[in-house]
Design a protein around this ligand. Sequence first.
Ligand SMILES: Nc1ncnc2c1ncn2[C@@H]1O[C@H](COP(=O)(O)OP(=O)(O)OP(=O)(O)O)[C@@H](O)[C@H]1O
Length: 267
Amino acid sequence: MLKAQGLVKSYGSRCVLHEVDLEVERGECVGIVGPNGSGKSTLMKVLIGEELADRGQVWLDGRELSLYHPKERAKKVAVLAQESLGSVPFTVEEVVYMGRYPYQKKWSWKGKKDRQIVEQMMKLMGIEAYRDRSVESLSGGERQRVAIAKALAQEPELLILDEPTTYLDIHYQLAILDLLHEYRQKHQLTMIMVLHDLNLAAQYCDRIVMLKEGKVHVIGRPEQVIQTRFIDEVFEVKPIILSHPKWHVPQLLLSAKRESCVSGECS
Ligand SMILES: Nc1ncnc2c1ncn2[C@@H]1O[C@H](COP(=O)(O)OP(=O)(O)OP(=O)(O)O)[C@@H](O)[C@H]1O
């Protein structure tokens, strides 16, 4: 579905992506993890053509990304950027309709299919009750669900999400990732998502790419990547790693550096 080869990107004299290669199969979910400033968002931007790489190439469905007309590309790829909606003076329903923009024809705006899909996505994300509310009046978590509904209304083949669980409480983190997982399986959707939470990445991603200073440090299945050694090398943290009792994927237990609390007294 997506192939990137030899991506190099600098801002001024600072190189933030060094020879990054990535291949993502159709229907696969790939997580991008790494410390702050390691180049995750920059990689996302290069993969969707929002930023141009200084070197290297990206192919989408076998065709070089730059050869796609923006509207044609938007039918294939939807993006949920960080803070993607910000404060916009539109209603929830209007924003979800914006996801249908790539399908807009001159004389047939808001056709039956557009209406059906917008309703379906609002229902899926549990935001129908807010349809007439201004997006500005929503909480961060509610706004995030509107942004995901808009992205899915695009009916993409590839969904790229930059920290989709930002602002979401633990209930909605799981609810949204479960919904996306289910939707992905039903529709053979390919997903690439930046996640800060390594435990969620291990549970929801088929493969994980761990970046360090703009380079791919390790790539593989969760059990190949979520290892104490790599986490120490990349994040400078030595976690305890356990196997999830239900899903048998690695899960991290972080240890505070201070002495632990014993019988309620913290030192
Ligand atoms: N437009 C820009 N101009 C200059 N430097 C930039 C620009 N965008 C990103 N950078 C720098 O590139 C580096 C990588 O940034 P990027 O946003 O890709 O990191 P990230 O891994 O997504 O970080 P975070 O986890 O904090 O979101 C950072 O040092 C950042 O300051």
